[in-house]
Design a protein around this ligand. Structure first.
Ligand SMILES: Cc1ncc(COP(=O)(O)O)c(C=O)c1O
Length: 406
């Protein structure tokens, strides 16, 4: 009966990462793999959710005040004029907002440009809509955008460019110059942009998140997607949104209604409280994550990882495995689980260019098997426990990796 599956469903096979998750569970490993916090959500928004449940917000619901408030936020942050009645759709997380956006604009055979490495979900979504993902490699070690590569990827069938900044998995925040290049190409080649801005409030040092929609000519061709998940440590609440020109936002709302109808009612109520959090909330989020970033960078550099690029945003560190280590990313993670009791994600799952480029033999893609993604959205106690284990393993058994290197 399996032949009855759609051809796209057949392409979605369990990834090697799932096998590692099982190994990690068996070894009771500390989890620096998954991109969600293991610490409590802020009390003020939990109280709002509890109160919404107690007030019987149990039915399908659209909380218009979320749109009203988001319109004010994007005006303050990016200077965008958004009509809260027409230009917004509340969805079940960024994931649904992105899927609905793709279904709203992609026809069979339309090409969609993605940067590589990138968050895994986009590719599958585009494929489900019949679109063709076209990957543009960012250049390691700083994940720089080469304008020529981007230019070359655009064809008469290019419908949209997807931009995730701050980026998962690298922690890159695209520079103003890079954003200008992307915006310029969108405008001159008449492409849309879908942005994923879920890490908009998590930037470090002097980096500031700039929305692609704020560049001249871009608001009319950009679909912004984001959510509560990362900013408020509530990835399970499933409240997100899309902000787009009215005709696209309306299409997204129509698709959203057909897929899920509405985001969870009590959590939409709590979203209002979340979005009204004072500036100090966002500042302390940034500070806390910056301290965690500094901690994990120092830790991993100390146990031999090569860290040429310090995350500028998000809560991921994409670390290169120790220089002379012959193991691949997958093998290294397996060793790390078994010897140190710590799990992270092999980087290869985030790379696609070697698959999508026909002439890939001309390009050296070996770097794609040398990165491991560590999530540092974990309590200080979890990070300290991981540190102890990694340092202990370095002294004892991970040493065997070093020996093999020699
Ligand atoms: C870049 C990026 N976008 C979106 C998501 C998921 O967002 P949401 O929980 O709002 O669906 C994640 C989660 O890891 C992510 O890293």
């Amino acid at each position: 009966m399996e032949e009855k599956l759609s051809s796209v469903a057949k392409t979605f096979t369990p990834s090697p990462i799932q096998e590692l998750s099982h190994l990690a569970q068996r070894c009771n490993a500390i989890n620096l793999a998954e991109g969600f916090p293991d610490f409590p959500a802020p009390p003020h928004i939990k109280n709002a959710a509890v109160s919404a449940i107690n007030s019987d917000f149990n039915q399908y619901r659209h909380v218009q005040e979320i749109c009203d408030h988001l319109a004010k936020i994007v005006k303050n942050m990016h200077g965008l004029d958004v009509n809260p009645l027409t230009d917004l759709a509340i969805c079940c997380g960024q994931t649904e907002a992105f899927a609905a956006a793709v279904f709203a604009i992609i026809d069979q055979g339309d090409e969609v440009v993605l940067f590589d490495p990138s968050y895994e979900t986009y590719e599958g979504c585009i494929a489900m809509a019949g679109g063709v993902p076209v990957f543009v490699a960012l250049d390691p070690p700083h994940w720089t955008l080469d304008p020529n590569k981007l230019m070359k990827s655009i064809t008469g069938r290019t419908k949209a460019i997807v931009l995730n900044s701050p980026q998962n998995p690298t922690g890159k925040v695209f520079t103003k110059d890079e954003l200008e290049i992307i915006a310029g190409i969108c405008c001159t080649r008449d492409c849309l942009a879908i942005t994923d801005e879920v890490y908009e409030h998590i930037t470090f040092d002097n980096e500031k998140h700039i929305s692609l929609a704020s560049f001249p000519g871009m608001q009319e061709r950009t679909i912004i997607t984001s959510s509560l998940s990362k900013t408020f440590s509530v990835t399970g609440w499933r409240v997100g949104w899309a902000i787009a020109p009215a005709f696209i936002a309306s299409a997204i709302r129509n698709i959203h209604v057909k897929i899920t109808d509405s985001a969870p009612a009590p959590f939409q109520e709590a979203a209002l409280t979340a979005l009204r959090s004072p500036p100090e909330y966002f500042e302390s989020l940034r500070r806390d994550y910056e301290a965690k970033r500094d901690y994990i960078v120092k830790l991993l550099a100390g146990v031999g990882f090569k860290i040429q690029f310090k995350p500028q945003g998000s809560f991921f560190l994409f670390a290169e495995i120790p220089e002379n280590c012959p193991l691949s990313d997958l093998e290294y993670v397996k060793e790390m689980i078994q010897q140190a009791g710590v799990v992270a994600v092999p980087g290869r799952g985030f790379f696609h260019t070697n698959l999508s480029l026909k002439r890939s033999s001309e390009v050296d893609h070996s770097y794609q098997k040398r990165y491991i993604r560590f999530a540092f959205c974990k309590s200080n106690a979890t990070l300290a426990a991981a540190a102890l284990k990694l340092l202990h393993a370095k002294g004892l058994k991970l040493h065997s990796i070093d020996k093999r290197d020699a």
